[in-house]
Design a protein around this ligand. Sequence first.
Ligand SMILES: Nc1ncnc2c1ncn2[C@@H]1O[C@H](COP(=O)(O)OP(=O)(O)OP(=O)(O)O)[C@@H](O)[C@H]1O
Ligand SMILES: [Mg+2]
Length: 503
Amino acid sequence: MKVLTKDSDSISILAFPDEKVTLGDYLLVHQVGQRESLVLQVYEEGYLELNSVTEEIIREELLSISGEGILHDPHDVGHVSRIIRDLRVLGCKTRGSIVENGSFSMGSIWLPSRAESTISRLSTHNLLKASGRKLGHKIDIGTTVGEHGFSINAEDLDGCLSIITGKKGSGKSHLAKLLASQLVEHGAYVFVFDVNDEYHALEPETIEGESKVIRWKPGDSLRFTMPYIGRSSISNLLSNVLETPGVSLREFLRIWDNLESQDMLSLSRFGDAIRTWKCNEFVREALSSRYYALLGSRLFIDNDDNAVTIEESIADHPRGGLFCISLKRLGHSARRLTIETILSKVLELLERSAIPPIFLFAEEAQLYLRETSWDDLVTRMRHYGIFTTFITNQPDALRSNVYRQADNIFLFNFTNETDLDSISNASTADRDTLRAIVKTLPTRSCVVLGRAVNELPIVTRVSSLGLTALGETRLFFNDRTKTPQLLLAVPETNDSQTRLSIK
Ligand SMILES: Nc1ncnc2c1ncn2[C@@H]1O[C@H](COP(=O)(O)OP(=O)(O)OP(=O)(O)O)[C@@H](O)[C@H]1O
Ligand SMILES: [Mg+2]
């Protein structure tokens, strides 16, 4: 490989046909007498375009058609001509340099000699080591070029906002499952807003056989008592989710206070109180419609024995837990009620240090989070200890301030120009590199940006690790290939059969 041209922080490299590279690879440019070597990242690959090469291709094509006798080539000129035609130009971005003591520094750019410099490959392992990345609680992600294992540190997700985005079916949820289950193996508490009901089949490695996966189905295994959720959370639900007017909200809270003072706070007593409460008929109607919405969500229950308390559930799993909140079969309003209830309760528990910080995995958050909750999650809630990972196939659903505050971004393939625009505008890495690399990423490969990789974009193929494919879209024709008896006999996925360990 040879240096060809330089333009600002971009350098073009001439590569010979046998020097194979993939987009995202790192190269090192050494030069005798220089104390530091330049670190480049390949983001584009094309042929060397010369007029003489075009002429050569045409000439050879014509000769092969017209002159069968012209095969005699004693100096093997044909071979050289073939090499010239297959020369490639690699578009590279300068990422920094590695100095003599082996440490990486960003931003130092110098002009390498075309004649004297030599170019070699730089493995991501060596690059990250040079950048000073320390090993902590390892989370295996997959492999980089050359089949080197690639992992990040759980510490780099701790206290952070992360985003996983890419087009449909590119492997986002699969990566999220890898992250979530390994966080839990390290003893963390992970809450998942599980839109497709696909996380509960994970089996993080356990000690002494105790399961770390808790599947919460709102209205079934996830129900709360009203006193547990508390006055301020219910009042938030009423105003934010159920859009209760101010006057009605005040009456609701007065009924609450009245019942609480008599130690009679329960859902059924609330219904009775609304019917007999002295108030304007319009207000009563507004109150009853909100009351029936709460009742209809089946999220609240009067019986303490069947109710969940988040702090106790966490205490029951002292070595970490994966709490899957299954949102699959819920209507829009019940979904939002569930999410807002959990978020406000968890926040209250964190504020009084009743639970340790949690990691939150929010799949397709645009379906159930209101605008202000986004801001809250990326700022206030994060401060108290809710560390969110957003997973979405609609990058424009995340506002640009969410991208700007993200510490880690995992980008899968996108081909749609609008999607490419929204990710390249929003992320900190340079536009050219991202657009070019992301467009050509194979499925199940992603670019990792941000803190986990010391701000050096790394392309990795996500490992399979035997995860089950519960998130797969159920297809019409797949079912048709099974016998009708089988379909009748097994209407639902049998969890025990699909459970597989990731280790
Ligand atoms: N690295 C991988 N190794 C093996 N299988 C994978 C890998 N990544 C994804 N898959 C499989 O590919 C399919 C699609 O992956 P996944 O559900 O993660 O995609 P997605 O991006 O979340 O899609 P959607 O946008 O529909 O939610 C699944 O069956 C999953 O098990
Ligand atoms: Mg998914």
